[in-house]
Design a protein around this ligand. Structure first.
Ligand code: NAI
Ligand code: 15L
Length: 268
């Protein structure tokens, strides 16, 4: 059945802000949650993922959850542990207790960040490639994917884990030419993940139809996702401005790029 009411966690963040605009036209009524106030949304629930009672109340009555909340860059392990590992567990417990049938989990390319990126003529990276996190952050996304599998096998809560590449209004680096998920394609993918029947636990890569893609989008397409955007439109200018990553550099070798050597850190 098509979910109508959807809890969007991380609603104050970058992707959350984009999706607050782009998801309602698909017919969803969004309930918003974030530890930070959501600008212009006085009804948004301001709660930490540590607050189990608040989560239970937040998920009550929704048809599905899009779980974006968490630390989205590298941080000390204890902080990742609280927000991304324990926090995601708390959310799944709330979903189980309240009978919410489906979660769309924002995983990340950094769950497989130490995977070599394919060279020309080599096969695209499949979703079945082993976890190879490049950071504690990426490790927390591996945990989230396994948690999703457990909650399907044990409790029948379905999840689509979306290994998002880089979801920003425009690609801003040469690496992002391979990783870019345009906001419009992100909304298309979330809609497919919310509505496809019988997903059990499905892992998909989240990127646009990029000419320079490194990823096999087959499992995303199988949900009904048809990406329409291609970062190639930005390629000439980005390559001219920034140059190609030097051969043998992290951005040249690995899916996770510079996260494998010098990950950007959570500022808060
Ligand atoms: P963001 O950092 O802009 O937003 C994350 C939001 O989660 C923030 O508004 C923050 O206040 C909230 N949050 C953090 N800790 C929380 C807690 N303990 N309780 C409640 N809320 C909390 O990140 P962005 O870019 O919007 O990403 C959204 C999700 O997608 C994240 O889970 C991120 O790891 C994932 N992702 C994003 C990618 C991207 O390209 N933007 C790429 C891959 C994954
Ligand atoms: C991520 O997982 C981050 O949350 C996002 O801010 C970007 O850095 C993205 O990966 C990326 O790899 O570009």
């Amino acid at each position: 059945s098509v979910p109508r009411t959807v809890l969007l966690t991380g609603a104050a963040g970058g992707v959350g802000t984009l999706m607050r605009e782009l998801l309602p036209p698909y017919g969803y009524e969004l309930r918003l949650l974030d530890v930070a106030p959501v600008p212009g949304e006085p009804d948004a629930i301001v709660a930490d993922l540590a607050d189990r009672a608040a989560l239970r109340e937040a998920v009550r009555g929704v048809d599905a959850i899009v779980h974006l909340a968490g630390i989205s860059l590298e941080a000390d392990f204890d902080r990742i542990m609280a927000a991304n590992i324990a926090g995601t567990h708390h959310l799944y417990e709330a979903a189980r207790e309240e009978g919410v049938g489906r979660v769309v989990f924002a995983s990340s390319n950094h769950a497989v960040g130490f995977t070599r990126r394919p060279r020309e003529g080599e096969p695209l990276v499949p979703v079945g490639t082993p976890h190879r996190p490049d950071t504690f952050y990426g490790l927390s996304k591996c945990f989230g994917e396994d948690l999703a599998q457990l909650y399907w096998d044990l409790h029948g809560v379905e999840t689509v884990s979306v290994r998002i590449g880089s979801c920003f209004p425009e690609p801003t680096s040469v690496r992002m030419l391979s990783m870019w998920l345009s906001p419009a394609d992100c909304a298309r993918l979330l809609h497919a993940a919310l509505t496809a029947p019988d997903v059990a636990h499905t892992v998909v890569y989240g990127s646009s139809a990029n000419t320079r893609s490194w990823w096999d989008l087959a499992s995303a397409r199988a949900l009904g996702f048809e990406p329409r955007d291609d970062s190639e439109a930005y390629a000439e200018k980005l390559v001219a401005d920034k140059g190609l990553p030097p051969e043998g550099s992290a951005d040249d070798l690995y899916l996770g790029g510079h996260f494998t050597v010098d990950p950007p850190r959570w500022p808060h």
